[in-house]
Design a protein around this ligand. Structure first.
Ligand code: PEP
Ligand code: MG
Length: 587
């Protein structure tokens, strides 16, 4: 009889709140790189060997099928026949079984060990033919390994059973293909909280934990797992007790969400009567409904690049216009802030138009890309101006790092308007223009950039990445990604002060705005508007209603004396703990 493997609890980064329980579905094809190692109890040894034999049989069946379907020339070359024979070779097959028995380790690990030894032996051979054969051994071992680990490269969009995705990493483009009917949540080995993958999970409103490092090594397809996206916990093969406990937590969380969502249609007004706009960030047009349902006062950030993913060419102007118009019409008369294309960085296009870059975060991203591809940019600018003829649109330029860039962007917007005039198409050039403040040089040059725009929108995801030199998607340094670092708070204060002096508005659309315990600081610093993933709107509105701007301003003076992110956090806790403790799930 097969014995139940032990429950394992692993901790990662809470990328998207909520709890889900379901079967794992591994979507990576990492081959021998993600080989798990664990001990096998004596009584489980025969099961483990059976598992190995089954994986070999499956690999043989797969190879046979390929042989039958392959052209005659390939069949004659006997390459695949050699592989089939190798599957049962003593050096590979028998030795792996012996290693499982002797070392009491899992089959994947035993196989990996046997293969490494074999490769070494082949490499010492002088006969070039035999030396070459190590490649065959690796390929054969790989096919067994894939069957053992249960990994397969899958088309995420095609998944049609209720599962939890388990991946080494997911790109934003892959994540945006998730079909919500089937995928309950996902977890990854890689990634940080401000990674675009995490951001999309929050938009999709499915629980997600990223940066787990060992998830793909510990989990096999069809394992039962629990994701707690509130705390960043993943429980593999849970016990009855854990299942019971998490079912209860899931219900509590859903009830809590329902309560705050009900209150969320009311405005966010502080105790001393200051109203703050609380807006939603969206990636795809259909997410506007979530913003409306959660009581958003408009769209503070529409990440338009997602319309350029998962397709062969660029969308044309009419396609873009239709999408923008849909969003504007649904939100009317509330404002929609359309951010121009921010591709590359961690959002490379998966088509032939994107070039390989060694250092993509510092590369041809966002406005830099658009200024290099004026035609692509022009289509988008024309589509935005056309949609503005029928609704309340603001335009926002990303990754501005020099005055020249904002001047060029505005010049191209004027050119686009002129071309529409010539074409006799309806448009509206009289829209508010904003610059994203997300590169330290833009903070320093804020007074100059302010001359060209009507508002700033602070993108803390990138500002933290570039100011503290922390890759926003790298789990190794995720603990250093600190919105409360005094350097960041000083930059926010400086930018807000400049905005006030220059009489332009100051918004924030980075993830920092969607975290309850940051709100007293942001209010005191003087933000006019906060934009966040739609799910966070109810929580943030609730916090704003319990605060007082006068107090928050004095609080900022204290905060600016802090020297570390930790002391900043402690100060928030000491001063506002009573308000924030109500936020059971503040993340
Ligand atoms: C940011 O950088 O904070 C931001 C809002 O933009 P994105 O996350 O799309 O880079
Ligand atoms: Mg950004």
């Amino acid at each position: 009889m097969e014995t139940e493997p032990q429950e394992i609890v692993i901790k990662g980064i809470n990328a998207s709140p909520g709890i889900c329980i379901g079967k794992a579905y591994l979507v990576d094809s990492e081959g021998v790189e993600v080989v798990p190692k664990y001990r096998i109890q004596d009584k489980e040894l025969s099961n483990e060997i059976k598992r190995f034999k089954a994986a070999v049989k499956k690999a043989r069946d797969e190879l046979r099928k390929i042989v039958e379907q392959s052209p005659e020339e390939l069949q004659n070359a006997h390459i695949l026949e050699t592989h089939i024979a190798l599957l049962k070779d003593k050096m590979l097959y028998t030795r792996t079984i012996e290693t499982v028995k002797q070392e009491k380790v899992n089959a994947e690990w035993a196989l990996k060990k046997v293969v490494s030894n074999l490769i070494e032996v082949f490499q010492t051979m002088t006969d070039p033919y035999l030396k070459e054969r190590s490649a065959d051994v690796i390929q054969v071992a790989d096919s067994i390994m894939h069957n053992l680990v249960g990994t397969k490269k899958v088309n995420i969009a095609a998944i049609d059973k209720r599962v939890i995705l388990v991946a080494h990493d997911l790109t934003p483009a892959e994540t945006s293909q998730i079909n919500l009917e089937w995928v309950m949540g996902f977890i990854t080995d890689r990634g940080g909280k401000a990674s675009h993958t995490g951001i999309i999970a929050r938009s999709l409103e499915i629980p997600a934990v990223v940066g787990l490092r060992t998830a793909t090594a510990l989990i096999r397809s069809d394992d039962l797992i629990i994701i707690d996206g509130n705390t960043g916990t993943v429980i593999i093969r849970p016990t009855e007790d854990s299942l019971f406990q998490y079912e209860a937590r899931k219900t509590d969380y859903e009830q809590y969400k329902a309560v705050i969502t009900r209150e969320s249609q009311a405005p966010a007004e502080t105790e001393d009567g200051v109203r703050l706009a609380v807006m939603g960030n969206i990636e795809l047009p259909e997410e506007v409904f979530a913003v409306i349902n959660y009581g958003g006062d408009g769209i503070g950030l529409y990440r338009t690049e997602f319309q350029y993913f998962n397709r062969d060419g660029f969308p044309n102007e009419d396609e873009l216009f239709d999408k923008y118009k849909d969003v504007v019409d649904v939100m009317h008369p509330k404002p929609v802030t359309i951010r121009t294309l921010d591709i590359n960085g961690d959002k490379a296009l998966n088509n032939q138009f994107s070039a390989e870059e060694t250092n993509p975060a510092l590369g041809l991203r966002a406005i830099r890309y658009c200024l290099r591809r004026p035609q692509v940019f022009k289509y988008q600018l024309r589509a935005i101006l056309r949609a503005a003829a029928s609704g309340n649109i603001r335009i926002l330029f990303p990754l501005i790092s020099t005055y020249f860039e904002i001047c060029e962007a505005v010049r191209m917007l004027d050119n686009a308007a002129e071309s529409l005039e010539k074409d006799g198409l309806p448009y509206n050039r009289d829209i508010e223009i904003g610059a994203m403040i997300e590169v330290p040089s833009a903070v320093i040059m804020a007074d100059v950039i302010a001359e060209k725009v009507d508002f700033f929108s602070i993108g803390t995801n990138d500002l933290i990445q570039y100011a503290l030199a922390i890759d926003r998607g790298n789990e190794q340094v995720a603990h250093l990604f600190q919105p409360l670092d005094p350097a960041i708070i000083r930059m926010l204060k400086h930018t807000a002060d400049v905005a006030r002096e220059k009489e332009i508005k100051i918004f924030m659309c980075g993830e920092m705005a969607g975290t309850p315990h940051h709100i007293p600081l942001l209010l005191g610093i003087g933000m006019d508007e906060l934009s966040m993933n739609p799910q966070s709107i109810p929580d943030i509105k609730r916090v704003i209603r319990s605060l007082n701007v006068g107090d928050a301003r004095s609080f900022v003076r204290e905060a600016l004396k802090q020297t570390t992110a930790r002391s900043m956090f402690e100060l928030i806790k000491d001063t506002y703990g009573n308000i924030l403790s109500e936020q059971l799930y503040s993340g």
